[in-house]
Design a protein around this ligand. Structure first.
Ligand SMILES: [Zn+2]
Length: 337
């Protein structure tokens, strides 16, 4: 399946504030990355609609000629309000929260989220959703589905109203409903009636032990139209991505490859390489002899080990380049599935 000019499946690194941590835009391109995910909520709090519009959007700011997908902000609202800190309030019409940046009272609505994604100049927008934990109670899951459907309609209307000039922007919606089959079905049915360009798995894709919730992922994948992109948000480990490709998903983002890289956990065709381990101190092989990335072509395990052990910035950069290249290679191998 194609999305713009890209073959799916695709892996999109997280560039939360308009940067994939530790790598430059050129280095990012050289990992064969074609699309990144930026965070609407974080950019809203740091740059804001007005400034981002003045700067011409995040693509221009990053000097990025690839594609941008912006999330809706729903996940961050979940983290702030539902999960632990109770820093705000969600109603059917508006979300209030205390800005963690400056403590001011901040508003988020489906319309503001769309305005922000226009300011970002995203290629793919996501309608604001009410995200909950996958083990959510039925009552809370029902509220989340009601809000998500209502907000998706408002987001869709606002997106269409502003999307007048000829452009190629797309909007996706998120299917919520926790582990409740009927709620997931209702959410999917109502969102599909609104004719979004793609659909996302909402809620946590792993349980509290970090294990993929395969049964729910399968249920939701089967509810999504087969001719449109199916995005498993937040998945994940290489083996989980491969499982989700088998279930029908074809878009992925996750902090795992970049975060793990910075901590010295590297992926290879022979399994995980914990590069900070003493056994790599004098190892003059590349991280993965089957990898064509800049790091593996030019540097040894001993060098990356030495840099990361001494907390040198270049160590994080070389490790991130390798993990992203590995992930892009993995997805390329899955293209025909
Ligand atoms: Zn490599």
């Amino acid at each position: 399946m194609k999305l713009f000019s890209l073959d799916l499946p695709i892996f999109m690194p997280d560039a939360t504030l308009g940067t994939v941590r530790a790598v430059s835009t050129d280095q990012l391109k050289n990992t064969n990355t074609k699309m990144v995910v930026v965070n609407t909520y974080h950019l809203y709090l740091t740059l804001g609609i007005e400034n981002l519009t003045k700067l011409g959007g995040i693509k221009k700011l990053m000097n990025w000629d690839g594609y941008i997908l912006s999330d809706s902000g729903g996940f961050q609202v979940y983290s702030l309000i539902h999960k632990k800190s109770n820093l705000g309030k969600i109603t059917q019409y508006v979300v209030y929260f205390k800005s963690p940046v400056n403590g001011s009272k901040t508003l988020l609505t489906p319309e503001i989220s769309i305005d922000m994604q226009y300011a970002i100049d995203s290629d793919i927008f996501i309608a604001l959703d009410d995200c909950r934990y996958s083990g959510v109670s039925r009552r809370d899951a029902e509220t989340s589905v009601n809000y998500t459907i209502d907000w998706a309609r408002r987001a869709r209307d606002h997106f269409d109203k502003k999307n007048t000039r000829p452009n190629n922007k797309k909007i996706f919606a998120v299917i919520q409903g926790g582990s409740f089959k009927d709620l997931r079905e209702r959410c999917a049915r109502e969102l599909i009636e609104m004719d979004f360009d793609g659909y996302c798995f909402g809620g946590w894709p792993v349980d509290d032990k970090g294990i993929l919730v395969e049964d729910i992922l399968k249920l939701v994948a089967d509810l999504m139209p087969v001719h449109k992109p199916r995005y498993a948000m937040g998945v994940g480990k290489p083996e989980d991505i491969e499982k989700c490709v088998q279930l029908g998903y074809n878009m992925f983002d996750c902090v795992i490859p970049t975060r793990n890289a910075r901590h010295g956990i590297l992926y290879s065709s022979n399994g995980i390489v914990r590069i900070k381990h003493t056994k790599y101190k004098l190892d003059t092989n590349p991280i993965d002899s089957n990898c064509g990335c800049e790091t593996c072509r030019n540097y040894t395990r001993a060098y990356v080990h030495h840099l990361l052990k001494n907390n040198e910035i270049l160590g994080k950069t070389l490790a991130t380049i390798h993990n992203l290249y590995y992930y892009q290679d993995l997805l390329k191998k899955n293209v025909k599935i």
